[in-house]
Ligand binder design. Structure first.
Ligand code: PLP
Length: 398
C-alpha cells in the first residue's frame, strides 16, 4: 500500500513549549535547593525579572491567569451589583472571575481586523454600574488601546489588561500587559512562556499590589510569622519549581517571541496568495507575537471550524476552534445580558464559526508548516463543489 507523508509523520500538536537545558538546570536546582530558608529564592528572582521586563514596580507570580484576574477584581473592589465589560470573543477565564466576585460580565463586540475588544462597542456597553473593563490581547494581537483607555478614564472605569496570550506584544511601543491598572499573564503549557500552569499580575499601583498579596495568602500580611489571618481569602501560590522554570523561560523571552514570529511568517509565506482566508493581522503601531496562528475562512465556505478541524485531525494535524462568543455558551446564554449580546455583536458571531487556530507549537519546523498548509489547501479543495464556491481545484491564487 502507498505510504503518504501523513502515514510516517508524527501527529502535529496544536501547541507546546520550547524547553532547553537551561530550564532543566533551573528546575533541578530548585528541587534540590529551594527549601527551608531558600524556599522563595526562585519566586523572588522570577517576580523581580518579570517586573523589570515589564518596566513595572510590582509583579506577583500566581498559579494561573484566572487567579490573577480574580485578585485584580477583588483588589479593585469589584463586587456584587457591578458590571465588568469583556470582549465576547475570549477564553472563559477572562469572564469567570467576574462571576466569582458576584459581579456581572457584559459582552462587547470585537473589532473585525484585530479580533480584540472594539472601542465603540465598549463605549456602547457602559452603564452607571460599569466598574471595570478587561480588554484581551487575543492570540497575541492587541486592541486599539488608546480610545479604550481614554473612555475608561473618562468614566472612571478600571482597566485589567488580559495579556494571557500576548507576552512581548506591543501597542505603540508599550508592552502588552502594561497599559491597565493591572496586567495579567498566563503561563499555561500552551503559552509562549510557560511554567506548566501559572500566571502573573503586574501593576504600577502599590495599593493593588499590597491588597493582592494579602488576598493570595489566606488573608494574612506578607511576612506574617504568627499565622494570624485578618480575613478569609485565597491560597494562590506557585511552587519554586514553577518559578525556576518561569525564570529560565523569561531569560530566553526574546528568542521565544522571535520563534513565534518566525512560525507565523512561515505560514504567511505559504498562505499569502490565498484570497479566501484571513490570517492574524498586525495593525500599524502593533507588534503581534502570534501566540496562535489563526485563519478565518471567507463566508463562501460552507465548511465550518469543526468540520475543518475534523478533516485536519484525520491527517494528524491538531487544530483548535476560534473561541465561541461567550454569550453563546451554555455557561452564559440564558442570562439577559448574554441574549442582548448575541443581538448586538455581529462581528463576534460572524467570525467565530469560520475561525481555526493552526498548529503553533514551538517545535514546529518549516517543513511541518508546509505540510499543514498543503493539507489545509487540499482539504478545502476536496470539500464538495458546493462548499468550494470559488470553484477551483487549487484554491490558491498563485
Ligand atoms: C485570554 C485568556 N485569558 C485568561 C486565560 C486564563 O489563563 P490560565 O489558564 O493561566 O488561568 C487564558 C488561558 O488560556 C486566556 O487565553
Amino acid at each position: 500500500m502507498h505510504q503518504g507523508l501523513a502515514d510516517v509523520m508524527e501527529r502535529i500538536p496544536v501547541s507546546g513549549p520550547s524547553i532547553t537545558q537551561k530550564e532543566i538546570d533551573y528546575v533541578t536546582d530548585a528541587v534540590k535547593n529551594a527549601w527551608y530558608g531558600n524556599a522563595n529564592m526562585y519566586h523572588e528572582r522570577f517576580e523581580r525579572a518579570f517586573a523589570d521586563y515589564m518596566g513595572k514596580p510590582f509583579a506577583i507570580a500566581l498559579p494561573s491567569c484566572t487567579s490573577a484576574i480574580h485578585l485584580s477584581l477583588l483588589s479593585l473592589g469589584v463586587g456584587p451589583g457591578d458590571e465588568v465589560i469583556v470582549p465576547d470573543i475570549t477564553w472563559i477565564a477572562t469572564a469567570a472571575p467576574i462571576t466569582y466576585v458576584g459581579a456581572t460580565p457584559v459582552f462587547a463586540d470585537i473589532d473585525a481586523q484585530n479580533w480584540c475588544l472594539s472601542p465603540e462597542s465598549f463605549r456602547a456597553c457602559i452603564t452607571s454600574r460599569t466598574k471595570a473593563v478587561i480588554p484581551v490581547d487575543l492570540y497575541g494581537n492587541m486592541p486599539d488601546m488608546d480610545p479604550i483607555l481614554d473612555t475608561a478614564k473618562h468614566y472612571g472605569i478600571a482597566v485589567i489588561e488580559d495579556a494571557a496570550e500576548a507576552i512581548g506584544s506591543e501597542y505603540k511601543g508599550r508592552k502588552a500587559g502594561s497599559l491597565g491598572d493591572t496586567g495579567v499573564f498566563s503561563f499555561h503549557g500552551s503559552k509562549t512562556l510557560t511554567t506548566g500552569e501559572g500566571g502573573m499580575l503586574v501593576t504600577d499601583r502599590e495599593d493593588l499590589y499590597r491588597r493582592a498579596l494579602v488576598l493570595r495568602d489566606h488573608g494574612r500580611e506578607p511576612g506574617d510569622l504568627m499565622f494570624f489571618n485578618s480575613e478569609v481569602a485565597f491560597k494562590y501560590k506557585v511552587t519554586s519549581m514553577q518559578a525556576a522554570l518561569g525564570l529560565a523561560q523569561l531569560e530566553r523571552i526574546d528568542e521565544l517571541i522571535e520563534r513565534k514570529r518566525q512560525i507565523f511568517n512561515w505560514y504567511k509565506n505559504e498562505l499569502d496568495g490565498c484570497t479566501f482566508l484571513t490570517l492574524n493581522s498586525e495593525p500599524p503601531g502593533t507588534k503581534n507575537t502570534f501566540w496562535m496562528v489563526t485563519i478565518i475562512l471567507d463566508k463562501g465556505y460552507a465548511l465550518d471550524k469543526s468540520q475543518l478541524m475534523q478533516r485536519m485531525a484525520q491527517k494528524k494535524i491538531d487544530c483548535r476552534p476560534f473561541f465561541h462568543p461567550l454569550s453563546s455558551l451554555p455557561a452564559y446564554r440564558n442570562s439577559r445580558n448574554a441574549q442582548e449580546a448575541s443581538l448586538r455583536n455581529p462581528v463576534s458571531y460572524g467570525i467565530s464559526p469560520l475561525g481555526v487556530n493552526l498548529p503553533s507549537g514551538m517545535d514546529l519546523t518549516q517543513l511541518k508548516v508546509k505540510y499543514v498548509c498543503d493539507t489545509l489547501m487540499g482539504t478545502l479543495a476536496e470539500a464538495s463543489p458546493n462548499t468550494l464556491l470559488i470553484g477551483s481545484v487549487d484554491p490558491c491564487q498563485d
